[in-house]
Each structure stands twice: as C-alpha cells, then as structure tokens.
Design a binder for this molecule. Structure first.
Ligand code: ADP
Ligand code: MG
Length: 632
C-alpha cells in the first residue's frame, strides 16, 4: 500500500484518498474480485488505475461510452501514463496497429467498449497480453434491471474465459440491491468484496414543488445563478423549446439530446463546461460521466421514470462540495403523463407476440428461419403499414431488443435534423433555381414552422408522402442544400437497421421469455410508483427517502431539503450558516431590501427574514432609510 500512496502523489499529486478508495485498492491488490459502489464523483477511476499501476502488466478497462474513455485516456496521458482506447470508426489496419502497440508497447491501460470485445481479433490479442486487472466501469449496465442496460455488456464474461485467473473490479454508482446482485452474478464474480460508501450528499438540498408555472419558477431559480445548471426534460423537442425560452428570459442556455451530432455535442459540452453558457437543457442523454464541479442547480421539469435515474441526475449538482440544489417541479398532469408513458404503454406478452409476428410478416421471414438476417428498418413506415400505436410499438421493439430476440442499431429512434441557416427571403430565392428543390424545400417549411429558428427533426417518410418524391431524391436535395450552406443537416437515412437474432417461431419465441417480460414490467411499474411516492411523501426528509431507497437505513435528516425546511420552523445551524453567507454575498454586491433578497434565494421567505434578523442582531448588516440592507 505504501507503493500505492507513492503512486497517488507521484502521478496525481493527491495527498490523501477519498472515502473508501484505500480499502478498495487494497482489496484489488490482495487479489480479490471487488465491487466499488461509490456515488458519482466519488473517485472510482482511481480505484482501478492506482492498483494497475502498482502491478506488472496491462489493465483492460470496459467502458460504455467513447466520451468517457476519451476523458480518462487524456488525463492518464497528461500524467505520463501510457493508455489507449479502441473506439468505433477505426479501420481494420488501425485496429491491428493499436492492438500491436497494446501488446508490445508497455501500455498500462487498454480501454474498449463491450461491443469491441465481440471481435475475434480483439480477443486474440487480449489472450496474448499480460493482463493484470479487468476493470468494468459503469458495471450496472450489465443488469437488465437497471436503467442503463446494455446487452453487449454480457460479452464481458468472455474476458473471464480468456483470462480465468485475472481479477475483476466492477465500478458503479447505481446502488439498488437488485441491480447490485444481478451485476455480481452476471459478471460471474466469485465472493467479491463489496465496498459501498454512503450515498448521503450533505451539501445537496433536494426540493420538490408542485408548480403550475414551471418556467417561471425555473427563471426565479436560475436568474441569479453564478455557477452552472442542468435542466432535465423528457423530450428532445422540449429541450430545444425550454432552452429557447430561457434564453429569451436572459438566462444563457443551450440544449442537448441524443439526436444531435457528436461534433455539436462536444461543442455544447465545451461551452457549458467553460461557463460560457450557464444552463444545459437536456434529455437523459446528458448523463453518464458528466463531471463538472460547480453545478449549483439541477432542475427536473418532468417526473423522472425512476429514483435510480433521478438520484444520478440530481447528483450532478454540487460536486465541488459547495451548497447546491436539486429541484423537481411537477404538476398533476405530469403524474398522469408519467404513468401513461412508462406504465400504461408497457408491452405485455400478447403485445410482444403481435409485434413480433407483424415484424416477421413485414420482412416476410419464413417460419423457422431469419436468424442473423439484417434489414434496413423504417419505424414510421412499419407503424403506418399496420396502423400500430407508435408508443406501444416502440416500447415493444425495445423490449424485443432487450430480450435478445432482435437487435436494433443505435440509430433507432433518431431522426434527421434540419435547420435553415439563411433568411427566409434568401431561401425562397434559392428555391427558384430548381423545381424539385422548390417542392421539397417548401414542403419542409410548410410542415415544420419553427425550422428557421431551431434545429428541427424531420420525418423523411412524411415529406416523401407529401411531395410524391422518393426518399433518395429528398436526401440528395437536402445534401445539396447543406453543401450550399442553406441548411445544417444531421441525416439519418433509415431509421435503423434491424437484425433478427433467433429463428422465427412466433408464439414459441415469445413464450420462452414471457416470464422475463412480466418481471420487467412489474419492475418498471414499481419504479414509477416509487417516484410518485417520493413526490407525494412530504413528511419524510427527501435525503432520507432517497438513500433508504438504496438500502441505506441509518441516515439522519438532512436539514436542508424542502421537507426538513417546512417541518422545522426552526432553521438548522447548517441552514442558518448557508443562508447567512448567501445573504452576505448578495449584499456585498449592492444594497437590497428584504423582498429582493428573498427573491434571489431558494429558501422560504420566512426563513430568509429570520436570518436577516439574526444578521441584524449580530450587527453584521444594517438597514438604511430606504429599507435596504447593507454590510456593516
Ligand atoms: P467517479 O467515476 O466515481 O464519478 P472520478 O473517478 O471521475 O469519479 O473522479 C472524480 C474526481 O475526483 C476527479 O476529478 C478525480 O481526479 C478526483 N479524485 C479522485 N480521487 C481523488 C483523491 N484521492 N483526491 C482528490 N481528488 C480525487
Ligand atoms: Mg467514473
């Protein structure tokens, strides 16, 4: 362990471990399979990086996101540690070279996705390597009970076959007992040492408000925010709209969702990280690996589908340890909506049978055949052909994917996105030049009103139907418009590709998995109910509710959540301290009356008044004849 301490200072310049890190590292070095369960920001990376550096050989790191790998590789490189990653989009030659380097070049870390692991060449190389540790980051992705289930994570066990003697460290911030147990058994870990740190976040105030005017409340919360903020919404469309509205209210914001290009995502993230833009309005695509210290607010404008995801998203606030607020705003309609979206539309076994049969008919798969055949798949056309309820069909296809019956490519559910870059007069002039361009262009403008202001997702099928043009013709015109700098374009030509993974056996195929289907449905329903229960329980401390959901039953009241605040008309000492320093900071800038002060803060007005009085008593502040307070 002395060695590890040296490594800690030599490579990282840290003087001490974060909670649990030392125990976890010791367990790895003692040759135990280890599970590290630390909240986001808890310093999980170090738990496999430090011991791997202390041992001979190379550490194989499985990570779900290319972006996460990139960040980690860069920080390792900055510290003079040799690390490389196998991302998507590299040629076979490049792959060979990289793997050669990993094998012969004294590399300490090889990062790859679980999908990569499927490739034989990758497996063959790893076989020859002197592997010292297998690290599985975001390990909960292997559990189908979790929210981030990634079927490809099941491939990880191949590493166990290749290197049966090498130990595994699994790292995650997701803590439900069920997911944990599932993760351990899926990874075939033997009597692992499990380390779990408390999930209590002392500096985070969880707040829940029933609010009809959510935008107004958001504005009030964010208008004096000095740090960064995240506003979570459910849909891509909402993210664009809310971001627009906040900007028009003078709050600098941008939006982020799964449908924008990687380049744009990186740009937006960069702007937000640097503080150039304060507020990121995002869907849950903005998530894993977001490690930004001074997020002061995480605001949910819609009800999340599970406490697991809520806890993770809210937990992105206050990672620097300073006071931060996680607010969930909801109204009665949201409650119904979340049920409709996540419970009522859960596909039952008969639904799955129907969709599966329809799908096979659609592609004319003969009975007993179809295994490993791959098709281009237009979801909207499929629904239109059979007049299917889109939400249910969408969920059913996702379930079939989860159950390993079909495989949908990652683009599933994405659409093409267009935004006009020049003024409407110029666009009309441009259309004059060519009749087909004019028909297609004008149809797009007619269907999508706001397309001049915001990137808008378009439905190629719909445009094809309206114009009588083929999809290919539309695509080629859009591409030409992109080349001419008339539009910005993110193109998704087919909605997805679909691969059948098992031979068609209709009912039988589904019967095999029906128990799993029912269990998943029960699980989803329970998750939504837990969220609703959390919202409605205004008696128990928010922090206590959340951590006890994750099995932590000994936590005490936080004193700063919306429940604790209304319960104790007596402010806690901690709250008084926070509130005092906030008031003093405000008055440092300029003199304010009590109304102005309480408007700028997130505490209840009565509490603010109380602390103003305390500060007066202590002669830290005084009041002038215009009823404004100033620093003494
Ligand atoms: P996690 O994966 O658990 O979310 P990370 O591994 O990304 O957390 O670490 C979060 C932050 O904490 C990083 O900026 C990392 O450099 C920092 N960190 C990790 N260990 C220590 C330590 N012992 N002392 C100080 N900072 C640390
Ligand atoms: Mg991490």
């Amino acid at each position: 362990m002395k060695n590890v301490r040296d490594i800690l200072t030599k490579y990282w310049g840290y003087t001490s471990f974060k909670p649990m890190q030392e125990e976890i590292i010791a367990s790895v070095l003692n040759g135990k399979d280890t599970v590290a369960l630390l909240p986001t920001g808890g310093g999980k990376s170090l738990c496999f990086q430090a011991p791997a550096l202390a041992m001979e050989g190379i550490c194989i790191v499985i990570s779900p996101l290319v972006a996460l790998m990139g960040d980690q590789i860069n920080t390792l490189k900055e510290r003079g540690i040799k690390a490389l990653k196998l991302t998507g989009g590299i040629s076979f030659d490049e792959l060979n070279t990289l793997l050669d380097n990993a094998l012969y070049g004294n590399y300490k870390f090889l990062y790859l996705s679980p999908e990569r692991l499927q490739q034989e060449i990758v497996q063959n190389y790893i076989k020859q390597m002197n592997v010292n540790l297998i690290a599985v980051d975001e390990a909960h992705c292997i559990s189908q009970w979790g929210n981030d289930f990634r079927p490809a994570y099941k491939n990880i066990t191949i590493l166990r076959e290749i290197h049966p003697l090498v130990h595994i460290i699994a790292l995650t911030a997701t803590a439900t007992t069920e997911v944990l147990e599932d993760t351990i058994s899926e990874l075939k870990m033997e009597l692992p040492a499990v380390f779990k740190n408390s999930f209590v976040r002392e500096n985070l105030s969880y707040q829940v408000f029933k609010q009809d005017d959510k935008l107004y409340k958001t504005e009030q919360l964010l208008k004096n925010n000095q740090g960064s903020a995240i506003v979570y919404v459910r849909s891509r469309k909402n993210s664009v709209e809310i971001s627009d509205q906040l900007n028009s209210l003078g709050i600098s914001a941008t939006f982020y969702h799964g449908g924008i290009s990687a380049k744009e995502k990186a740009q937006k993230l960069q702007n937000w990280r640097s503080g150039g833009i304060s507020t990121m309005v995002a869907t849950n695509a903005f998530g894993m690996g977001i490690d930004h210290p001074n997020v002061r607010f995480v605001i949910h404008l819609q009800i999340p589908e599970s406490l697991e995801s809520y806890f993770q998203e809210a937990g992105r606030a206050g990672r620097d340890g300073d006071y931060a607020v996680a607010v969930l705003l909801y109204n009665e309609y949201d409650k119904i909506n979340v049920k409709n979206q996540f419970v009522e539309s859960l596909p039952t076994t008969p639904d799955l049978k129907k969709i599966y049969r329809t799908l096979n008919n659609y592609f004319q798969i003969p009975y007993g055949e179809g295994e490993f055949t791959k098709y281009n798949f237009s979801f909207s056309e499929f629904c239109k052909t059979y007049n299917l309820n889109t939400l249910l069909a969408y969920n059913a296809l996702n379930s079939l994917d989860r159950l390993g019956i079909i495989q949908l490519s990652q683009e599933f559910g994405r659409k093409s996105i267009v935004q006009f870059l020049i003024s409407s007069e110029k666009v009309l002039n441009y259309f004059e030049k060519d009749a087909t361009t004019s028909i297609i262009g004008k149809t797009v403008l007619r269907i999508y009103g706001g397309i001049f202001e915001i990137p808008t997702s378009i439905n190629l099928d719909l445009i094809a139907t309206k114009t009588g043009q083929s999809i290919e013709a539309i695509v080629s015109i859009l591409k030409k418009m992109e080349r001419d700098h008339v539009v910005e374009l993110v193109l998704q030509i087919t909605d997805a590709t679909l691969t059948f993974l098992v031979p068609r056996e209709d009912e039988k195929t589904i019967n095999v998995v029906s128990r799993e289907v029912e269990a998943l449905n029960r699980k989803k329903t329970a998750q939504v109910n837990s969220v609703l229960h959390y919202i409605e329980n205004t008696k128990t401390c928010r922090s206590v509710q959340l951590v006890s959901y994750f099995g932590e039953t000994t936590a005490s009241k936080c004193g700063i959540c919306s429940v604790c605040r209304t319960q104790s008309s007596n402010l806690t000492n901690k709250e008084i301290k926070i509130l005092s320093s906030q008031i003093l900071a405000l008055l440092e800038e300029r003199n304010l009356n009590s109304r102005e002060i309480s408007e700028k803060l997130t505490f209840a007005e009565t509490d603010t008044l109380k602390v103003i009085r305390l500060l007066m008593d202590a002669e830290k502040i005084k009041i002038n004849p215009r009823n404004q307070y100033y620093l003494n």
